[in-house]
Ligand binder design. Structure first.
Ligand code: ZN
Ligand code: ZN
Length: 434
């Protein structure tokens, strides 16, 4: 019986430069030996094109003899054997951290086909790439190149499942399957590929986790905080049988309420606990865009003024004062499901506003994005008088599925990738796609 997945073929379409990036000019270059294919034959004689969006389409600034094109397609081989660090088309200005405070421009090298077009007066570049090549690139973009082999292997299988399941499918209406950023999976092409990560991809080629004959929706996040969260705490819809709450530890223990924040906060035995990374170069093992630190436990201060600003931005409410925050319900890992803000509205009337979902809460309590929605208000007793809200929290990300730092902790202890996957996705089966 064939294994079911959400992606219809072996090619995934990745949005690299999007109209919302508002880019009108770009340089694309490639090394001399690259086996390049394109219908615009003059391009084959060069190693670089400067494209610009003009009234009549894409113009070639460095090759004026070529007439403007509405669409341009460039391709090179993308089978996994062809890949090496820096292989493919080099693009010098791709957005990373889209919409976040750390948003910046990075350089990437892309294998496979580039489809370049104009939409709403801006450039749009979609990368059509073989799924195996894509997951090899994602595993290194999500992890640092010094990450242990079993961590890379686990991340590669998870990235493959996530891509094939295509459960979120946020961008189908825009003509691509996934974007290149944290919104989907971070993909920086072959830029940071290492022999090490390629080996992990080749060794796990075609391996997927399945549940009831379907490729699983393999969610993952940076640091669960000690307990892996349930799918239905974070997203709408039914519970998912393999995305369930679990202690991120060798033993599943019982004995205290799973939604007890202080009990969670006191627990430091988890695979993702900071104490396991005291002598570890985390920067070399985690991705390159993020700030450093494990964020197993954290503290964050935000002014009430800044929260009121977010309340205006995200809920359209103009309040004069924030007086109290009432936390209503938590999920098993102690991530908050919903809370109430209480204060004084623009007419000096007492007001309350519900803030719900992990995403909505993280957005409300930060200028960028709060590490997680698992927190308590440290100054709850004096909140009425204070100008600031002090948050004490745990974990980094939604906490559902594989915990990347926990998987690192396991790999550092010598646990193999198959057992890492079994730990985070209980009840699933590791098998070959074809
Ligand atoms: Zn996306
Ligand atoms: Zn964890």
């Amino acid at each position: 019986m064939p294994i079911l997945s959400g992606l219809n073929n072996e090619i995934i379409r990745v949005g690299i430069i999007l109209p919302e990036d508002e880019i009108k000019e770009i340089n694309i270059s490639w090394p001399p030996g690259l086996h390049l294919e394109t219908k615009v034959s003059q391009i084959k004689a060069t190693q670089s094109i400067d494209l610009q969006v003009e009234e009549d389409g894409l113009s070639f600034k460095n090759l004026p003899e070529i007439s403007a094109q509405s669409k341009l397609s460039l391709s090179c081989p993308d089978n996994i054997e062809a890949l090496s660090a820096g292989y493919g088309f080099h693009i010098n200005s791709v957005v990373a951290g889209r919409g976040f405070h750390w948003e910046k421009r990075i350089e990437v090298d892309l294998p496979g086909k580039l489809e370049i077009s104009v939409q709403d007066g801006f450039l749009k570049i979609i990368n059509f790439v073989d799924v195996e090549a894509y997951v090899a690139c994602v595993a290194t973009s999500e992890m640092g190149s010094e990450a242990p082999g079993d961590l890379l292997a686990a991340q590669t299988v998870v990235a493959r499942c996530w891509s094939l399941a295509l459960a979120e499918a946020k961008h189908l209406s825009d003509g691509y399957d996934v974007c290149n950023d944290d919104c989907c999976q971070r993909y920086q092409g072959t830029t940071y590929l290492t022999d090490h990560s390629l080996k992990a991809a080749k060794n796990t080629r075609g391996e997927v986790l399945v549940y009831e004959n379907r490729v699983i929706d393999a969610r993952y996040s940076k640091n669960c905080g000690g307990m892996v969260e349930a799918y239905d705490t974070v997203w709408d819809g039914e519970a998912v049988p393999y995305l369930i709450p679990l202690w991120d530890a060798p033993e599943q223990k019982s004995g205290y309420a799973v939604d007890d924040f202080e009990a969670h906060y006191a627990y430091d035995e988890a695979y993702c606990s900071s104490k396991r990374f005291k002598n570890v170069n985390l920067a070399g093992m985690l991705g390159k865009v993020d700030v450093s630190g494990s964020y197993y436990r954290w503290e964050q201060v935000m002014t009430k003024q800044a929260i009121l600003k977010n309340l205006k931005k995200y809920a359209g409410l103009t309040w004069k004062r924030l007086d109290n925050i009432r936390i209503m319900e938590r999920g098993p890992s102690s991530r908050i499901k919903f809370l109430f803000l209480l204060g004084l509205d623009e007419h000096d009337k007492p007001a309350e506003q519900m803030v719900k979902s992990e995403y909505g809460i993280r957005r409300m309590f930060s200028d960028s994005f709060l590490y997680s929605s698992a927190f308590v208000i440290k100054n709850a007793d004096s909140l009425m008088q204070d100008d600031q809200v002090v948050l004490r929290g745990l974990g980094w990300g939604h906490g559902v599925g594989l915990c990347q730092m926990g998987a690192l902790g396991m790999a550092l202890e010598g646990v193999g990738y198959k057992d890492i996957l079994k730990h985070y996705y209980p009840g699933t089966l590791l098998t070959l796609l074809r």
